[in-house]
Design a binder for this molecule. Structure first.
Ligand SMILES: Nc1ncnc2c1ncn2[C@@H]1O[C@H](COP(=O)(O)OP(=O)(O)OP(=O)(O)O)[C@@H](O)[C@H]1O
Ligand SMILES: [Zn+2]
Length: 514
């Protein structure tokens, strides 16, 4: 089993309460092993760029993990990379998404997987999402999957069809409990596959049709073929986190089929009614006017697309934090622009406090701590917070209470605003609070350079220097009351995609037009 060094005694503050999709109720979190919380998150299917909706799922898991760390728990976090097995319909029908993408792009599946895995990791790093303890790649675990499926067959939980090895969902207790549906209401359809016994049954091994050689296929007791998507997550979570671990996460679409099937496999393999994870947590969707943001709709929004338009990725992280992870979040240019302004305001306030406070010898370890985790992070946090007085401490407690109430980030964020502006605290105290809160929020507030918040759009006609030069000429024109020239220069900037912001409270003279 994979594990990080275990944690010394740490304080956990307010009781952490999380919403468990299994019981549809909030529950107090009690780790199986207090020295090491074990988390598994379903990872991306790497057939295309992640869209902003996919990335919301990982901002959520990162917030969960940071909150656990901030509260003093060490974590082992596994995220998988699905590079085989995910079909175009979650209900076990259609083509393999990877196979279809490779064909459409005339590239090998391996190239497609490598390219989009790198792109995904770059997106997470731009969003300041911590790397997991382990990335587990599905195709590196094929033999483990075959062994697992063989064990399920030996236990009588499967049946063979021409299409492969199928899981019989009636062999486990309470199939579909997570989805909250009765077995006869499940999304799968019996008609999809000849010989399928029950609508919800699913393939755990998909045999290659006679005469067809798939780009990705392996020998198995059921002939050459490829594993089913659901099998991967059961196998990799078992291998790295054990038969029963603490928390399993994914988007809410996984609650209906994928996680029900994982649970069924876990139960069959372990010969137990236990589901594999104590808590199943699901983030709600990022939606646009047409509904759930999804790749299949085409024209989806990516993080690099935002960056190309001059929006800093952390503005998107802040947008995610501004809503609760279980609420739908509506994506719009206006909402994003508002998040960017909020981020700029926070960074400006911190810059001003830094000017006021003078040297901050504790800041260096504070920055270092954002790269550390678990109990060591809690130790650094305790060091930073040690000199805080009662008023400041009350704010920290309120922040803890907000995060501990099922990660209520929309309530936690205003406490940061309050801390930054609280007159009864001196500049250094306010900065200590901000540094502590940001360990959980992950907005890089203590380090992000104010100028970096205004990246130039990819299609920008003018460089930042050219914009500054025109603004200089405009300033001179205004000083001499030559408003005609001043207006003409403003129009020139607008034509170049630049919005001039005279008298901006946040002291930004210009920004790209979104
Ligand atoms: N619009 C969305 N909002 C939030 N989370 C989402 C959204 N769409 C997908 N997810 C989540 O993103 C994560 C990665 O999913 P995955 O890469 O398998 O996407 P996908 O199912 O291929 O995407 P799509 O649904 O766009 O085709 C999963 O946890 C999934 O539940
Ligand atoms: Zn999964």
């Amino acid at each position: 089993m994979f594990s990080e060094p275990s944690a010394p005694e740490a304080s956990h503050g307010a009781p952490l309460v999380l919403f468990n999709s299994l019981t549809r109720a909030t529950e107090e979190f009690r780790p199986i092993d207090p020295a090491m919380v074990r988390l598994y998150s379903c990872g991306p299917t790497v057939y295309n760029f992640a869209h902003l909706g996919n990335l919301r799922a990982y901002v959520f898991t990162d917030t969960l993990r940071r909150t656990l760390n901030w509260k003093g728990w060490a974590t082992t976090h596994v995220i998988n990379i699905t590079d085989v097995g995910h079909l175009t319909s979650d209900a076990d029908a259609g083509e393999d998404k990877m196979e279809a993408a490779a064909q459409a792009q005339s590239r090998s599946i391996w190239d497609v997987a490598a390219f989009y895995t790198d792109a995904f990791k770059a997106d997470l790093s731009a969003l300041n999402v911590m790397s997991p303890s382990l990335w587990s790649v599905a195709t590196d675990h094929i033999q483990d999957m075959i062994a697992f499926a063989t064990a399920l067959e030996a236990r009588g939980s499967t049946y063979r069809l021409d299409g492969g090895l199928y899981f019989d969902t009636t062999t486990v207790p309470d199939y579909g409990r997570l989805a909250g549906s009765r077995p006869d209401e499940t999304i799968g359809r019996i008609a999809d596959v000849e010989g399928k016994r029950h609508p919800a049954d699913f393939a755990i091994w998909r045999s290659s049709p006679p005469g067809v050689v798939r780009q990705m296929e392996w020998q198995s007791p059921w002939g050459p073929g490829a594993p089913g998507w659901h099998l991967e997550c059961s196998v990799m979570s078992l291998k790295y986190l054990g038969a029963q671990f603490d928390i399993h996460t994914g988007g809410i679409d996984h609650r209906e089929i994928h996680h029900c099937n994982e649970i069924a496999q876990n139960q069959a393999y372990n010969d137990s009614a236990a589901t594999g994870a104590n808590l199943w947590l699901h983030n709600n969707f990022l939606v646009d006017r047409d509904g759930k943001m999804s790749k299949s709709k085409g024209g989806f929004a990516t993080l690099s697309g935002l960056q190309d338009r001059g929006v800093h990725p952390l503005a998107y992280r802040l947008l995610c934090l501004s809503s609760h992870y279980r609420s739908e979040l509506e994506f719009s240019t206006d909402a994003l622009a508002a998040a960017l302004v909020r981020l700029k305001r926070l960074v400006l306030a911190i810059g001003q406090l830094k000017d006021k406070a003078g040297p901050l010898p504790w800041l260096l370890p504070a920055l270092e701590m954002t790269a550390t985790r678990g109990a060591s992070l809690a130790f650094q946090r305790a060091t930073i917070e040690a000199p805080l007085g009662d008023k400041a401490r009350a704010l920290v407690e309120a922040f803890d209470a907000a995060l501990s109430a099922d990660l209520m980030t929309p309530q936690a964020l205003p406490l940061l605003d309050e801390a930054l502006t609280m007159k009864s605290l001196d500049a250094e105290e306010r900065l200590r609070i901000a540094a502590s809160f940001d360990m959980a929020l992950g907005l890089n507030l203590m380090t992000v350079d104010r100028r970096a918040l205004a990246p130039r759009p990819a299609a920008a006609i003018l460089t930042a220097e050219q914009v500054e030069a025109v603004l200089d000429r405009r300033r001179t024109a205004r000083e001499t009351k030559d408003y005609g020239t001043s207006d003409a220069l403003r129009d020139e900037l607008v034509a170049g995609g630049v919005d001039v912001m005279d008298g901006d409270a946040l002291r930004w003279e210009w920004r790209p037009l979104l």
